[in-house]
Design a protein around this ligand. Structure first.
Ligand SMILES: [Mg+2]
Length: 252
């Protein structure tokens, strides 16, 4: 039986410098647009990566878009799941046509809402002088989700944007969107977009001719729980958001 590993990247396999431990060797693995090193693997993360990849294809399962994935200096040779599942690339790097068509509809349905949220967030940031930046993330000219991040270490500004604008906006959408918050990352995602949808689709696609695959899901965030649950086995690094909500909870 073959094995397939669905692997979240940021904060699972590597992280930005400020989140790295003070001690120990760090290996630069992802760059900013200007080429400067931004994210690093610890020795254990590198050993984990080598162990995982030794005998299974690794499917990056990430919120990154294609440009951001290309700035990760690791060789991915299998399928790729990008922008929270909005894009599925085959091992040659071409978008899966059936998934592309399905996600085109999802993006089209959400486009006006996401643009509305973006404009309102920009106005709110300006009016309240918040140290936050917002944008839509997509691919192939299609927006798939909204993301807000704080700047200059001012995490309270992101919390303010969330409380004053994003939560009321979400409440008005009648459950059509979900929000993901983990540290400096607040994403608003249409319900039709999700890593778990793409993971399930790919597993179905690969098993439809009777092949059996052992699937493993690995991620650090609460939102990753949904795609991990679509796999046979799940792994989460210690001291992450998902770990804290599961294995790391004290026994009652
Ligand atoms: Mg992550």
């Amino acid at each position: 039986m073959r094995t397939l590993v669905f692997l979240d990247l940021d904060d699972t396999l590597f992280q930005s410098h400020r989140k790295c431990p003070q001690e120990g060797v760090l290996h630069p693995v992802a760059r900013l647009r200007d080429g400067s090193a931004h994210s690093f693997m610890t020795e254990k993360q590198r050993a984990f990566w080598e162990w995982l990849g030794a005998d299974a294809p690794l499917v990056p399962t990430t919120a990154r878009d294609l440009d951001a994935l290309r700035r990760v200096d690791l060789p991915f040779e299998s399928w790729s799941i990008l922008v929270y599942g909005g894009v599925l690339l085959d091992p040659s790097g071409a978008p899966d046509p059936e998934w592309l068509e399905r996600m085109r509809g999802v993006s089209e349905n959400a486009r006006a809402d996401l643009l509305n949220l973006l404009e309102r967030a920009k106005s709110h940031i300006q009016a309240q002088r918040l140290a936050a930046r917002v944008r839509l993330v997509g691919e192939f000219e299609r927006p798939f989700y909204f993301v807000a991040k704080y700047r200059d270490g001012r995490d309270a500004d992101l919390a303010q944007l969330d409380a004053e604008l994003i939560q009321p906006w979400l409440a008005a959408q009648g459950g059509a969107y979900r929000v993901h918050r983990n540290d400096n990352n607040l994403a608003v995602i249409p319900q039709g977009v999700g890593k778990e949808h793409a993971v399930r689709y790919l597993i179905d696609h690969l098993t439809h001719n009777g092949d059996e695959w052992l699937t493993i899901g690995i991620g650090d965030s609460l939102i990753d729980g949904a795609f991990i649950a679509a796999c046979d086995y799940g792994i989460t690094p210690r001291d992450t958001q998902l770990f804290a909500a599961t294995f790391g909870r004290p026994l009652l």
